[in-house]
Design a protein around this ligand. Structure first.
Ligand SMILES: [Zn+2]
Ligand SMILES: [Zn+2]
Length: 102
């Protein structure tokens, strides 16, 4: 199940469950859309994968035991700001490839 991490890993911007700005990679590394665009170049600094918008967990339990109150977001904050210079070197060859080809 998605953890719904509470902040951007790079800039620590709050990303509550209903934030439209949360982006995740396949490992659930979580960043805000602005960082994905301007800092990361759609390359995850932890795995090299691309990002997609994080889905919203319904606040209403439309089916039993499936809602943001049944399964609340994690409280664990993962804040690991990216070294811009290191990321530029790491991501240079990767960002030329489509995420599906990486
Ligand atoms: Zn950010
Ligand atoms: Zn990742």
């Amino acid at each position: 199940m998605l953890e719904l991490r509470p902040i951007c890993e790079n800039c620590a911007k709050p990303l509550p469950p209903h934030s439209g700005e949360a982006m995740i990679c396949s490992y659930e590394c979580t960043f805000c859309a602005a960082c994905v665009e301007s800092v990361l170049g759609n390359v995850c600094p932890n795995c090299g994968g691309g990002f997609v918008p994080r889905p919203f967990r319904p606040s209403t339990a439309w089916r039993p035991a499936t809602s943001s109150s049944d399964d609340p977001p994690t409280q664990t904050r993962k804040h690991k700001p990216v070294d811009a210079k290191e990321h530029a070197a790491f991501s240079a060859p990767i960002r030329k490839m489509r995420p599906i080809d990486r």
